[in-house]
Design a protein around this ligand. Structure first.
Ligand code: XMP
Length: 513
């Protein structure tokens, strides 16, 4: 299926994906390409418009990035942002210089009358600036459409030629009316019909996977989390039984989660794929016996996970492709596009050394978490799985302080299930970034009936966060905490006390270990 497309040409800025996302929010498909892309290739892709991203370099001097000089002769509208704006000015005969005053952060912008991109923006508005160079003179045929007291050209355009540029970053959240510029670019300048939807993404991805895989064999490590589940289902729709999913149950999952994963993906489940569940619980408990140091626990789990996965993979024999559920924030966090590996290190201890495969497929690498969820729903994955809480690769092992034993896993599983039930019952589960119960290694004295008890304390945690890099403790309704506490102490053996963690991140982390 052919659909409208905007190309985002990446000049090394931090926000390339955010720009693509803004365009996708307007229901136009956006794809990111490197600044070295040739004009020939661009023409093949046949975009309705092109956006140049920002970047840390200067458009003049040695640090200037290479690009195909014919870029400005393609005949489709171009929007240049920050570095992209300066590149446009520089390439078309304007002047770019070091700004006498750099601007960083939220900046008040004066919008001039008569700009096509800025037509619907308020005369004074806040946009996000981050620049040391600026456009000192616009190229011939351009008019200035926005400015600040220290930045004479905050935006410029040449409508006739289809060239638009902003020194500020309309894509970031702090640019309050930024979306209006994208809307004008997409609808007015590029004349897009805006009829692309997530279902088209899913459809196209399935088609592209089919073409790529051919009759090859595909292997996927399924964790039961949102990302790997969506990736697996997409692969299954594309190549059916050519896909084998290996689910390693390390015995550190939430209550009943292993069975739930099997119910969805196993033989009696909904999907056309080969599913292998490896019940390796005891091997993990044995390997963790006596280990208390958090990093050592992670390492043991990661390494054993790989070993178990490899053992299964060997039984299958050589495969052509290995699927990873890497999503866009995983790539950003690693900085340079090598994040597929970093995430899997983070998740399961690294890529298997002894699995014979030719290539990695990452069908979700361009998506944000909420887009992954939307794709999941499009693919018909049950809602409770699609909206599952983030869960660390090493599982409950990092939610049990000190040594992990099977008995402690049961305690934390039960307590966590009750806590989740109470939060869900209160109807606030989707408002909270992440919430879970952890088992402190602390035992304390209590009284139950007429008897003295000396048992464990459970800690409850709930945080508000959008990026998981920083977080605040959630102010849960007291009734939720009260109900959860009462039920946990009554229903879970060996727990006589419940504590609520009020620490933010920083200084705490979200997980306890
Ligand atoms: P922290 O504890 O670092 O957690 O504040 C931030 C987010 O990352 C998750 N997390 C992990 N995810 N493997 C993962 O896949 C891990 O080893 C791991 N450790 C923490 C955590 O649940 C939170 O969402």
């Amino acid at each position: 299926m052919k659909h409208e497309k905007i190309l985002v040409i990446d000049f090394g800025g931090q926000y390339a994906q955010l720009i693509a996302r803004r365009v996708r929010e307007l229901n136009v498909y956006a794809e990111i390409k490197p600044h070295t892309i040739s004009v020939e290739k661009i023409k093949e892709l046949d975009p309705k418009g092109i956006i140049f991203t920002g970047g840390p370099n200067s458009v003049y001097g040695e640090s200037a990035l290479a690009y195909d000089e014919d870029l400005f002769n393609i005949g489709v509208p171009i929007l240049g942002i920050c570095y992209g704006a300066q590149l446009m000015a520089h390439a078309l005969g304007g002047k770019v210089d070091t700004a006498p005053v750099s601007e960083y952060g939220k900046t008040e912008i004066d919008i001039h009358e008569g700009g096509l991109l800025t037509e619907k923006v308020s005369p004074k508005t806040i946009m996000w600036m981050s620049h040391t160079d600026y456009i000192a003179e616009v190229p011939e045929g351009f008019k200035v459409t926005a400015s600040t007291p220290v930045c004479p050209v905050a935006a410029m355009e040449n409508v006739e030629k289809g060239f638009y540029a902003t020194q500020f970053h309309p894509e970031v959240m702090h640019s309050v009316e930024g979306m209006k510029l994208f809307e004008a670019f997409v609808k007015e300048a590029c004349k897009c019909a805006c009829d692309w939807r997530m279902d088209s993404f899913v459809e196209e991805s399935i088609k592209a996977i089919k073409e790529k895989v051919g009759d090859g064999k595909v292997l996927c490590a399924l964790s039961g989390g949102v990302d790997s589940s969506v990736a697996a289902v997409m692969m299954s729709k594309a190549v059916g039984k050519q896909l084998t999913c290996v689910f390693v149950d390390h015995g550190l999952l939430r209550k009943d989660e292993g069975d739930q994963v099997e119910a969805v993906f196993g033989e009696d489940g909904n999907y056309d794929l080969n599913f292998i569940r490896v019940n390796a619980q005891q091997r993990f408990y044995d390997a963790l016996a006596g280990v208390t140091e958090p990093e050592k626990k992670r390492k043991i789990i990661g390494e054993l996970f790989i070993r178990v996965f490899e053992e299964e993979a060997k039984k299958i024999g050589a495969v052509d492709f290995l699927v990873q559920g890497t999503i866009y924030p995983d790539i950003v966090e690693s900085g340079t596009g090598h994040s597929a590996t970093i995430k899997s290190h983070h998740n399961v201890g690294g890529l298997p050394d002894h699995v014979d495969f030719k290539e990695i497929i990452e069908p979700l690498r361009d998506l944000f978490k909420d887009e992954v969820r939307k794709s999941g729903l499009e693919l018909g994955i049950p809602e409770n799985l699609v909206y599952r809480q983030p869960f660390p690769g090493p599982g409950l092992a990092v939610r049990i302080i000190g040594e992990v034993t099977e008995e402690k896993v049961k305690i934390v599983q039960e307590a966590d299930a009750i806590y989740r039930e109470e939060v869900e019952k209160a109807g606030i589960s989707r408002d909270i970034g992440q919430y879970f119960a952890a088992l402190t290694n602390m035992r304390s004295v209590g009284v139950m009936g007429d008897f003295r008890t000396y048992d464990y304390a459970i800690a409850l945690r709930a945080v508000m966060t959008s990026d998981f890099m920083t977080a605040e403790a959630a102010q849960l309704p007291w009734s939720v905490l009260e109900n959860a506490t009462r039920r946990i102490v009554n229903e879970v053996d060996h727990v006589n006390r419940v504590l609520y963690d009020c620490t933010g991140k920083p200084p705490g982390t979200i997980e306890f270990e």
